[in-house]
Design a protein around this ligand. Structure first.
Ligand code: SF4
Length: 137
């Protein structure tokens, strides 16, 4: 890939949140989101999280992709899970021009805004790998 990638999230857009797929959380994400919602981690987990032996993910409500998605955007934005915060600099997209282009078909922010140095994009991708070892083995 070239020297960098352009990205600027577009106001009012929630296209990435509406994609099918799971939202995984780290243990720190769980505590952060619970605190933001004014709940104990335990209560938040019971209501919103599905825990397997190896990972945590948000439960998917019946009528939407995410419990926290509102018309105006993410209702827990300041405390959103790592994968939401790092999007679109996920390893699969940073490491493949083709995947970047594919994701850009639904994300209008990709290709817009300032040029982000490829090293910064890779750093984000690394953080993502470290946060979700189960997904990136
Ligand atoms: S799809 Fe892209 S532009 Fe739209 S909310 Fe997500 S990151 Fe922002």
């Amino acid at each position: 890939m070239g020297e960098g990638l352009r990205f600027q999230c577009q106001p009012g857009c929630t296209a990435c949140c509406e994609q099918k797929g799971y939202v995984y959380l780290t243990e720190a994400d769980l505590v952060r989101a619970a605190t933001f919602a004014g709940m104990t981690a335990r209560a938040f987990e019971r209501k919103y999280v599905y825990r397997t032996a190896k990972q945590l993910r948000l439960r998917v409500p019946r009528q939407a992709q995410c419990h926290f998605l509102r018309d105006g955007g993410c209702s827990i934005h300041p405390a959103k899970p790592t994968q939401c915060r790092i999007f679109p600099f996920w390893p699969e997209q940073v490491e493949s021009k083709q995947e970047w282009k594919k994701t850009a078909q639904y994300c209008p922010g990709m290709g817009q805004g300032p040029l982000i140095q490829i090293e910064l994009a890779r750093e984000q991708a690394r953080e993502m790998r470290e946060a979700y070892p189960e997904q990136y083995r």
